[in-house]
Design a protein around this ligand. Structure first.
Ligand code: UD1
Ligand code: MG
Length: 469
């Protein structure tokens, strides 16, 4: 059976109030138009043409050259949009699937069912409909007393009686390709919007004496994204579906409403995701981890048995049995091996940190190579930027760095060496050596008494500018 698809994506997206086309907005980490295209490919439909308008560049960038495009110069309605695909459709037999570009929830199952339904029932066309609790804004399916579809009426053109109909047009159709072409040629624009409505082809085919079928599907699968509220609703629904899948695979979530998981994320069993966490891109989390609360992982690979607490990590690798956070920032190109602790207010960027190393508090490690079992005292920083270039340090296995030390690039701290607390290290420290880079302490006896600077009971008053709670 010859199958092809026309996707309408040239609309102005007026209701979205954006500089971009609504079909490029992301839902669970994938642009809406890509959800549509992937569903078509999954349903076995490789021949796809996209009707595009002035914002065609951003759509082409997403879909690439795998699909064809037709330009709609003026936005004269969905019927006019499909007319632009006529050169693509002419000479084809079989069926054409017509979809709006703004329906991220469409599944390959819905598409396959609609094609089968059309072929089995020998219909000239099938409209995919759904029952909407609140059908406001949608076109309504008008049926006769025997239940046969008569026409589709847009919300704006409905009579009071028609407004009560809850069965809506999803804007997804299957047409016999030659019959669609014949109906398109006869569309008029006598309606509230003065547009060529694709929906009118259904009435035309029925008047010609053809059979038109209606395949009812779940309303959620048909949701259109026309404005920010519908975008939010679609995103929430997709998120719930993704999380439900992870739950089936043994992942625990404490709160679906405040946890967002992109569609390509993988999570191992017995991992717990705490509220306020967002897992983005191609993030992979191993088994038995605890993620959150309030954690963002963007394209992060994490091993097993690791906890990440109230932290942000992106484009990096974190090993197994690590303790990250609270309030850590793991930046791109970092590789953290197993059993590592990265604690409160620690930032790591473009560095490699080997097993059992600990930076528990207030540390910055940038562009550096750090060996195994290194201890970073509180307040240690690698000074990796000389104002011109970013160069890191090399810190070998078992080094102990005392608190509040500055390790100035590009020094090498040799294996098993110590750095005295409060040092600024500007030269290499040999293996097994002690580096001290600070001035010697001087004590002035009785200085306070001599200068009359006794503090005694000079208590500092509490801040009284606090809001009542
Ligand atoms: C459309 C249907 C409505 C249905 C609803 C389901 C029509 C007339 N109405 O209304 O019955 O209930 O979808 O979501 O078909 N587009 C173009 N060129 C144009 C106009 C639109 O390419 O000139 C594209 C849009 O980018 C969009 C799709 O066609 O992807 C549908 O247009 P939209 O404006 O969203 O139609 P709705 O008002 O949602
Ligand atoms: Mg729409």
């Amino acid at each position: 059976m010859e199958i092809c698809a026309v996707v309408m994506a040239a609309g102005n997206s007026t209701r979205m109030k954006s500089a971009h086309s609504k079909v490029v907005f992301q839902v669970a980490g994938k642009p809406i138009i890509k959800w549509v295209s992937d569903a078509l490919f999954d349903a076995g439909c490789d021949e796809q043409v996209y009707i595009v308008g002035d914002q065609q560049e951003e759509i082409r960038k997403i879909l690439g050259e795998q699909v064809a495009y037709a330009f709609q110069e003026q936005r004269l309605g969905t019927g006019h949009a499909v007319m632009q695909a006529a050169p693509f459709l002419e000479g084809r037999d079989g069926y054409v699937i017509v979809l709006p570009g703004d329906c991220p929830m469409v599944s390959s199952k819905t598409i396959k069912n609609a094609i089968e339904y059309t072929a089995n029932g020998k219909y000239a066309a099938t409209v995919v409909s759904a029952i909407a609790e609140d059908p406001t804004g949608y076109g309504r399916i008008v049926r006769d007393s025997e239940g046969n579809v008569v026409k589709i009426v847009e919300h704006r053109d409905c009579t009071d009686e028609e407004l009560k109909i809850k069965e809506i047009n999803s804007s997804m159709y299957v047409f016999s390709t030659p019959l669609l072409l014949s109906a398109l040629g006869r569309l008029g624009a006598e309606n509230a919007q003065k547009e060529y409505y694709l929906t009118d082809t259904i009435g035309i085919l029925i008047n010609d004496g053809h059979k038109v079928g209606v395949a009812i599907c779940d309303f959620d699968d048909t949701r259109g994204v026309n404005d920010r509220k519908q975008l939010y609703e679609a995103t929430k629904l997709m998120n719930r579906r993704i999380i439900a899948e992870h739950m089936k695979n043994g992942v625990q979530f404490l709160d679906m409403n405040s946890t967002w998981v992109h569609h390509e994320v993988k999570i191992g069993r017995d991992t717990v995701i705490l509220p306020g966490s967002t897992l983005m891109g191609k993030t992979v989390v191993g088994e038995n981890c605890i993620i959150g609360e309030n954690t963002r992982l963007d394209n992060v690979f994490i091993g097993d048995d690791t906890t990440v607490d109230s932290s942000i990590a992106s484009h990096c690798v974190i090993g197994s049995d690590c303790r990250i956070g609270p309030f850590s920032h793991i930046r791109p190109d970092t590789v953290i091996r197993d059993h590592v602790t990265i604690g409160a207010y620690v930032e790591v960027k473009n560095s490699r940190i080997d097993e059992y190393t600990r930076a528990r508090h207030l540390t910055y490690i940038g562009d550096s190579t750090v060996g195994k079992n290194v201890n970073f005292g509180c307040g240690t920083i690698t000074c990796n930027f000389d104002g011109q270039d970013k160069v890191g340090c090399t810190i070998e296995d078992n080094v102990f760095i005392g608190g509040n030390s500055n390790i100035v690039s590009s020094v090498v701290l040799g294996k098993d060496s110590y750095i005295a607390a409060g040092s600024t290290i500007t030269e290499d420290v040999p293996p097994l050596g002690l580096g001290i880079g600070r001035s010697k302490q001087v004590n002035k006896e009785e200085w306070v008494a001599k200068k009359s600077r006794m503090r005694g009971a000079n208590y500092i008053r509490l801040d009284d500018k606090r809001s009542e709670v």
